[in-house]
Design a protein around this ligand. Structure first.
Ligand SMILES: Cc1cc2nc3c(=O)[nH]c(=O)nc-3n(C[C@H](O)[C@H](O)[C@H](O)COP(=O)(O)OP(=O)(O)OC[C@H]3O[C@@H](n4cnc5c(N)ncnc54)[C@H](O)[C@@H]3O)c2cc1C
Length: 390
């Protein structure tokens, strides 16, 4: 079995604090995540206690304001933390990314009173979040969502169904996009719904091809009442808020994809050095050397692309198109690199004795979540040539 702990990725980080943070995260990943990752994924076990630990360590609020319990880290640093954690186990990296996405509408659009009331517990108090946009009949066309919120005095009554909710059924809070007005994107509002709200229930998790430790479930809202104090942003502003959250969230998915691809590359390199055929290590054969070189180039290009987009975001510049490009490129690269890693390991790569077949199954999900890669191309094209004419 090859060495599971390859040398760390050489990362030019902006501060000593960031260097210490990355070292701490790598150490935590080796001790607390990697040893049980394969077994837990096979068994479909979500590591809830690990998320409590990560919250205590300040890793569930890294890019947010320290005045509300966040870590004050630039996206450039936060994403590299995500990459390391996703390389250890995607359920963990993706979980943090989704939690961070779910906190965005409150952090960016909540009132000061709302932020003071809820953010500290969300960012460092052990709570876990979920983001509820997709529905059974609306995925890519998210603006056609049907879950409805109707005002009743000082409360809103939410009725409908959400699909594919990561952490569905186990989250402590749900950031929910619901229809409060007419058809289309202007009729949507965001609500912060507590996990134990009356009338809220979850179906059993979907039976997925990978990411089995990360529960993905349908949610049912049966007259769920939330006070108006839990409405985030203005009535009718919800779709714009949801999309802004996804611009940042997509960078998280890109970083997770690079983590999975790096893990697959490390495994392939170690195996190719160790495995002998025709009296030599298979790493001697040019056919395999070129494959490994292409894999490494895809990983480096992906990292450079998501970091370039993150630095635009950190500088307060527009970054939506670059975030879509990073998500598109990094997740396609992860699919390709994990597929090639299975090839490098030959028959052994196709078995569960090595992690590369799991990485391949996990990479596939990343081409779909937070906007399929077709949707990313639509976003990029809109920035190039403007909106479609019909
Ligand atoms: C593991 C996992 C976790 C997820 N977690 C969450 C979550 O936490 N919260 C959440 O809200 N959602 C979540 N999702 C849902 C995810 O965001 C949707 O699956 C995704 O947006 C696609 O929607 P859909 O599945 O309904 O596919 P559809 O929208 O029905 O698309 C079907 C196919 O048509 C293509 N397509 C659609 N429209 C166009 C177009 N105009 N041009 C070209 N091609 C098009 C799509 O790319 C796709 O290939 C999750 C999904 C998965 C698999």
């Amino acid at each position: 079995m090859p060495d599971r702990f390859p040398p760390p990725v050489d990362r030019p980080l902006p501060t000593d604090e960031a260097r210490d943070l990355l070292a701490l995260v790598r150490d935590l990943a080796r001790r607390e995540i990697v040893p049980t990752a394969a077994e837990d994924e096979e068994a479909g076990r979500f590591p809830r206690e690990l998320f409590t630990l990560l919250s205590e360590a300040g890793l569930l609020g890294l890019p947010y304001d320290s005045a509300h319990g966040g870590g004050d880290q630039p996206y450039e640093v936060y994403l590299q933390v995500l990459e390391e954690l996703a390389a250890a186990r995607l359920t963990v990296g993706l979980g943090i990314s989704v939690h961070t996405l779910a906190a965005y509408p409150l952090a960016a659009h909540g009132t000061e009173a709302q932020r003071a009331a809820h953010l500290p517990a969300m960012l460092g108090g052990g709570l876990l979040g979920a983001y509820c946009l997709s529905e059974p009949a609306s995925g890519s066309d998210a603006a056609s969502l049907r879950t409805r919120a109707v005002r009743d005095g000082d409360t809103w009554v939410i009725t409908g169904a959400k699909a594919w909710t990561t952490h569905g059924g186990i989250a402590d809070f749900y950031t929910v996009m619901a229809r409060t007005g007419g058809e289309g994107r202007r009729g949507i509002t965001v609500f912060l719904v507590p996990g134990d709200a009356d009338g809220l229930s979850a179906a059993p998790p979907e039976r997925k091809m990978g990411l089995k430790g990360s529960p993905t479930a349908q949610l049912h809202f049966d007259g769920v009442r939330v006070p108006d104090a839990r409405r985030l942003g203005e009535v009718g502003q919800g779709f714009a808020i949801a999309l802004a959250a996804l611009d940042s969230g997509r960078l998280g998915i890109a970083a997770c994809a690079v983590g999975v691809a790096q893990a697959a590359l490390d495994e392939a390199v170690a195996y190719a050095r160790d495995r002998r055929q025709f009296g030599r290590p298979v790493a001697d054969f040019q056919g395999l050397r070129f494959l490994l070189a292409d894999m490494a180039t895809r990983v480096e290009a992906g990292r450079a692309l998501y970091l370039a987009a993150a630095r635009l975001r950190d500088a307060g510049r527009p970054f939506a198109a670059q975030a879509a490009m990073a998500k598109l490129h990094c997740t396609d690269a992860a699919m390709r690199v994990t597929t090639d890693a299975v090839q490098v390991l030959g028959g052994y790569g196709y078995t569960a004795d090595f992690p590369v077949e799991r990485y391949l199954r996990e990479a596939k999900a990343l081409q779909i979540v937070e906007g399929t890669n077709q949707v990313q191309r639509m976003v990029i094209a809109r920035h190039l040539v403007g909106p479609e004419t019909r």
